[in-house]
Design a protein. Structure first.
Length: 149
Protein backbone atom coordinates (compact mmCIF):
# COMPACT_ATOMS: atom_id res chain seq x y z
CA UNK A 1 0.00 0.00 0.00
CA UNK A 2 1.33 3.48 -0.90
CA UNK A 3 2.33 5.75 1.93
CA UNK A 4 0.36 8.98 2.15
CA UNK A 5 2.70 11.77 3.21
CA UNK A 6 1.46 15.25 4.06
CA UNK A 7 3.14 18.56 4.83
CA UNK A 8 2.63 18.08 8.58
CA UNK A 9 4.94 15.07 8.75
CA UNK A 10 7.79 16.43 6.61
CA UNK A 11 11.09 15.95 8.41
CA UNK A 12 12.59 19.21 9.72
CA UNK A 13 15.70 18.69 7.55
CA UNK A 14 13.52 18.49 4.44
CA UNK A 15 11.57 21.56 5.57
CA UNK A 16 14.90 23.43 5.89
CA UNK A 17 15.90 22.30 2.38
CA UNK A 18 12.57 23.50 0.99
CA UNK A 19 12.89 26.85 2.76
CA UNK A 20 16.42 27.26 1.37
CA UNK A 21 15.25 26.21 -2.11
CA UNK A 22 12.54 28.88 -2.11
CA UNK A 23 15.00 31.45 -0.77
CA UNK A 24 17.32 30.77 -3.71
CA UNK A 25 14.51 30.95 -6.29
CA UNK A 26 13.31 34.19 -4.68
CA UNK A 27 16.69 35.79 -5.39
CA UNK A 28 18.78 35.29 -2.25
CA UNK A 29 21.54 32.87 -3.25
CA UNK A 30 23.11 32.68 0.22
CA UNK A 31 21.93 29.13 1.08
CA UNK A 32 23.02 27.58 -2.26
CA UNK A 33 26.32 26.08 -1.09
CA UNK A 34 24.70 24.74 2.08
CA UNK A 35 21.78 22.95 0.44
CA UNK A 36 22.90 22.15 -3.13
CA UNK A 37 25.34 19.28 -3.76
CA UNK A 38 28.55 20.00 -5.66
CA UNK A 39 27.54 17.42 -8.30
CA UNK A 40 23.97 18.78 -8.50
CA UNK A 41 22.27 18.52 -11.90
CA UNK A 42 19.12 19.93 -13.49
CA UNK A 43 16.90 17.92 -15.81
CA UNK A 44 14.70 20.33 -17.74
CA UNK A 45 13.55 21.37 -21.16
CA UNK A 46 15.34 24.68 -21.51
CA UNK A 47 13.72 27.68 -23.17
CA UNK A 48 16.54 27.79 -25.73
CA UNK A 49 15.57 24.27 -26.82
CA UNK A 50 18.46 22.58 -25.03
CA UNK A 51 18.28 19.71 -22.60
CA UNK A 52 19.88 19.38 -19.19
CA UNK A 53 21.55 22.47 -17.80
CA UNK A 54 23.11 23.95 -14.68
CA UNK A 55 25.63 21.84 -12.83
CA UNK A 56 26.55 22.43 -9.17
CA UNK A 57 25.51 25.33 -6.94
CA UNK A 58 27.16 27.95 -9.17
CA UNK A 59 25.39 26.62 -12.26
CA UNK A 60 22.06 26.74 -10.45
CA UNK A 61 22.69 30.30 -9.28
CA UNK A 62 23.60 31.38 -12.81
CA UNK A 63 20.48 29.77 -14.28
CA UNK A 64 18.20 31.32 -11.66
CA UNK A 65 19.85 34.74 -12.06
CA UNK A 66 19.31 34.51 -15.83
CA UNK A 67 15.66 33.54 -15.29
CA UNK A 68 15.10 36.41 -12.87
CA UNK A 69 16.90 39.03 -15.03
CA UNK A 70 13.84 39.82 -17.15
CA UNK A 71 11.47 40.11 -14.19
CA UNK A 72 11.18 42.34 -11.17
CA UNK A 73 9.44 41.40 -7.97
CA UNK A 74 9.45 37.73 -9.03
CA UNK A 75 8.22 35.67 -6.08
CA UNK A 76 7.80 31.89 -5.90
CA UNK A 77 5.38 30.37 -3.38
CA UNK A 78 4.38 26.78 -2.68
CA UNK A 79 0.82 26.00 -3.79
CA UNK A 80 0.85 22.24 -3.10
CA UNK A 81 3.18 20.19 -0.97
CA UNK A 82 5.72 19.37 -0.03
CA UNK A 83 5.13 15.76 -0.89
CA UNK A 84 7.90 13.45 0.28
CA UNK A 85 8.69 9.94 -0.90
CA UNK A 86 11.90 8.59 0.63
CA UNK A 87 14.64 10.85 -0.77
CA UNK A 88 12.40 12.81 -3.17
CA UNK A 89 10.55 16.02 -2.41
CA UNK A 90 7.93 17.53 -4.74
CA UNK A 91 6.09 20.84 -4.73
CA UNK A 92 3.69 22.71 -6.99
CA UNK A 93 4.59 26.39 -7.09
CA UNK A 94 3.17 29.67 -8.31
CA UNK A 95 5.41 32.50 -9.53
CA UNK A 96 4.18 36.08 -9.79
CA UNK A 97 6.06 39.19 -10.77
CA UNK A 98 6.43 42.00 -13.23
CA UNK A 99 8.04 41.87 -16.65
CA UNK A 100 10.99 44.25 -16.71
CA UNK A 101 11.87 43.95 -20.39
CA UNK A 102 14.58 42.24 -22.40
CA UNK A 103 13.04 38.79 -22.86
CA UNK A 104 13.87 37.50 -26.38
CA UNK A 105 10.87 37.82 -28.70
CA UNK A 106 8.60 39.44 -26.12
CA UNK A 107 6.18 42.11 -27.33
CA UNK A 108 4.58 42.82 -23.94
CA UNK A 109 5.51 46.18 -22.45
CA UNK A 110 7.69 46.42 -19.37
CA UNK A 111 5.43 46.49 -16.35
CA UNK A 112 3.22 43.63 -17.53
CA UNK A 113 2.11 41.43 -14.61
CA UNK A 114 3.10 37.77 -14.97
CA UNK A 115 1.90 34.60 -13.28
CA UNK A 116 2.86 31.03 -14.10
CA UNK A 117 3.06 27.72 -12.29
CA UNK A 118 5.23 24.65 -12.18
CA UNK A 119 6.22 21.50 -10.37
CA UNK A 120 9.63 20.80 -8.85
CA UNK A 121 10.91 17.38 -7.89
CA UNK A 122 14.24 17.20 -6.12
CA UNK A 123 16.30 14.21 -5.05
CA UNK A 124 18.03 14.56 -1.71
CA UNK A 125 21.33 12.89 -0.97
CA UNK A 126 23.34 13.42 2.23
CA UNK A 127 21.03 16.29 3.29
CA UNK A 128 21.60 18.25 0.05
CA UNK A 129 19.68 18.63 -3.17
CA UNK A 130 21.46 16.42 -5.71
CA UNK A 131 19.08 16.41 -8.69
CA UNK A 132 16.26 18.61 -9.90
CA UNK A 133 13.43 18.04 -12.36
CA UNK A 134 11.18 20.96 -13.28
CA UNK A 135 8.03 21.13 -15.32
CA UNK A 136 6.78 24.70 -15.66
CA UNK A 137 3.92 26.27 -17.56
CA UNK A 138 6.30 28.23 -19.78
CA UNK A 139 3.63 28.40 -22.48
CA UNK A 140 1.51 30.57 -20.17
CA UNK A 141 4.49 32.84 -19.48
CA UNK A 142 5.38 33.15 -23.19
CA UNK A 143 1.76 33.96 -24.05
CA UNK A 144 1.66 36.67 -21.36
CA UNK A 145 4.87 38.14 -22.78
CA UNK A 146 3.48 38.07 -26.32
CA UNK A 147 6.18 35.78 -27.66
CA UNK A 148 5.10 34.37 -31.03
CA UNK A 149 5.97 30.78 -32.03
Amino acid sequence: MAQNTTAVDVAPAYRDLLDGWLTIWNGDFTPANDIVAQDFSVHAAMMDGGGDAAQGPDGLIGWIAQTRAAFTELVFNVAVGPIVDRDYLAIRWVAVGTYGGGFPGATAPAGTAIRFTGTDIVRIEQNKIAEYWVNSDVHVLLTTLGVQP
